[in-house]
Structure formats: structure tokens, C-alpha cells
Design a protein around this ligand. Sequence first.
Ligand SMILES: NC(=O)c1ccc[n+]([C@@H]2O[C@H](COP(=O)([O-])OP(=O)(O)OC[C@H]3O[C@@H](n4cnc5c(N)ncnc54)[C@H](OP(=O)(O)O)[C@@H]3O)[C@@H](O)[C@H]2O)c1
Length: 346
Amino acid sequence: MSSNQAAWLDAKEIALRVGPAEMPVPQPNEIIVKNKAVAINPLDWHMQDWGVFIQQWPTIFGCDVAGEVHQVGANVTQFKPGDRVVAHTINLVTGKPQDGAFALYTAVPANKTAILPASVAFESAVVLPLAIEAAACALLKATAGEAMPGVPTPALGLAQPSLVPKPIGKTLVVYGGSSSVGVMTIQLAVACGLKVVTTASPKNFDLCKGIGASSVFDYRDADIVDKIAAACKEDGSFVGIVDAISTPETYKHDLEILSKLGGGHLACTHPPPTEDVPDSVKAGMIFAVDEVADPIWANFITPALENGTLKCLPAPEIVGNGLEHIQEALDKSKAGVSATKLIVTL
Ligand SMILES: NC(=O)c1ccc[n+]([C@@H]2O[C@H](COP(=O)([O-])OP(=O)(O)OC[C@H]3O[C@@H](n4cnc5c(N)ncnc54)[C@H](OP(=O)(O)O)[C@@H]3O)[C@@H](O)[C@H]2O)c1
């Protein structure tokens, strides 16, 4: 008989407490994953510090799991116990503790789960889920919904990524190409056939080029706006910017670039700028639990990992083994990382 443990958050602004948790029971269309690795996202310490998105206390949170299928619910035919999988949890939406990643066992939707090729380790694969979901939302949504009341989601409306990408004559700027969201957005955009221009620190230029960015610029360069605009102007195919960082400083650059290039889409990871935004700029905020990503989970992730179209980057850094290391990993994430996904093995 299996028993569960979790890293509980009892109230905001306090450290996680590792303790017993009920064994999750799969609802129809759900899978129970026995977690082998979980990843840390900046959102997690935002939740811990500010209590955002938490619907009940105490709670179990966390977005990214990789592990073995323990049990499947009704209607789940594509997965079976023992399968090696990577999955995106939806505790952000449901608020249910059993849907949070920071536990030995987690309930995940079957439509946010993909089989791992034998060659891909759990520790590698767990860098994917939230970032993939964010990238899909940034690139693929055809009609804007609402990320939060009154805040539209972006609607760039690209076709699904391909395992054999062909250029479609469009250019996208990914601001913050070495972040987790940036790396995944570059990869999906390239798989959608886009030319990608991006920003990063010079030490991360090779990472960005290695996943298909055409050009990379240092965001600390005083001429960054002119250089990006020039790189995008070359063939007049600019469609917009995905800003993975989304701070006042990056918004200033975004709006200057968009102004030089005649406008376009601006997909943000936080609420978009509201001041000095011309009508030619269509700004929205990504919400990284969206059905637009479901076809990517069903049709893209497994074969794309197999054929190398999708790489498990940025590289994982294992903070420790065991739920008691999750707090340490959250603290490290809050201190800031460069081209790294912090993970904890279980
Ligand atoms: N709305 C949503 O659904 C959603 C989903 C996921 C994430 N997010 C948010 O998106 C943001 C990014 O998340 P993440 O996990 O991708 O972050 P991350 O990987 O922790 O970000 C670290 C990276 O940010 C880069 N960076 C920092 N400041 C930058 C700047 N001014 N310009 C360009 N790059 C810069 C660094 O690049 P260098 O080391 O190369 O300097 C570093 O590699 C977070 O604020 C997160 O909360 C939102």
C-alpha cells in the first residue's frame, strides 16, 4: 500500500513543512504520477511569498513533474501504470492540494502528460512543462481570452509546431532567450517555422543559437533597441515580441522596438504595459494553463524529444534529493538563476 508525503505550505511567507498527505485519487481523465523529479519556477516563490493563486490552506503547489504513472482514472487509455511521463500540474487552476507537484504523488490531467523516450531522464524532462505551456500560450492562441479579469491573453495564432519545421517567413523577438520561458519559446517558435531574434547575457549566446535563434543581443547593450530592430527589418517579416521577462525595463525596450517596426504583438509573462501603448501594439499576458497547449502534449513532445526538435533546456541543476530540499530550491530560485532550471529529485 503506497503512502504519500508532501511539502505543505501552511500560510504565506513561511517555510514549507514536509508531512503526510492523502494519497491522490484519480478523477476521470486524470493520472496519478509517482514523482521522480519536480522543477521550481519563479511562480512558486511568488505563491509562497504573496499567496497568489492559492485557493485553500494548507496547500501543495508546484507545476512540473516527471515520474512513473502510478494509476489512471476512467477514460485514460493512452497511459498505463509504469509508463515514464512528464506532466504539467493544474493546481494553479483547481487549487486542490492533490494537484500540486511538491509531493511524492500528484494527480495530473492526461491531456497535459506526455510519454518520455527511454533516452530522456526524469531530471532532464522536468524542465519542460510550465515553460512549454507558457510558450504555447504565447505563440498559438488564435483568439484572446483573459489571463486575469480584464487582462487579455496574446493572440498570435501560429499553426502548431512541426517535427520538420519549414520557414514561414515571419520573425519574432523573444526577449529573455536564456530564461526557461525564453528557451522554450525559441524552440517552439523555430518549430513553427519562425525566424527568432533574442536577448541574453553573452555567456548564454551559444545556448540561444544552439536552439535555433538567428541572432542574439546583449540586453545590457546601450544600442539593443536599434540592433534588434535592424535584425528584424532585414526581411520585413516582423510579427511581434514574446517578453519572457516582462519588467518595466524590458517593456520600455519592447515598446521602442515595436515603434521602430510599425507595431505588432506583445506577449508578456506579467500584466502588459498600459501606458504609451499605441493602437498598433496588441499586448496580452500569458496564462500558462491553456487548452491551446493540449495538442503539443498529445502530438509533439514525445516525437520532438525523440528527433531532437525539442531539447530539455535550460539545463537542470539538482538542488537535492527529497521533499525537504524544495524550500532550499525555492530560496535559490528567488535569489535568481541564469540559464538553469532548479530541480529536486524524489
Ligand atoms: N504568466 C505565466 O503564465 C508565466 C508562466 C511562466 C513564467 N512566468 C514568469 O515569467 C518570468 C520568467 O520565468 P522563467 O522561469 O523563464 O525565469 P528564469 O528562467 O528564472 O529567468 C532567469 C533568466 O532571466 C534572464 N533575464 C533576467 N533579466 C533579464 C533581462 N532584463 N533581459 C533579458 N533576460 C533577462 C536571465 O538571463 P541571463 O542569465 O542570460 O542574463 C536568466 O537566464 C518570471 O517572472 C515568471 O514568474 C509567467
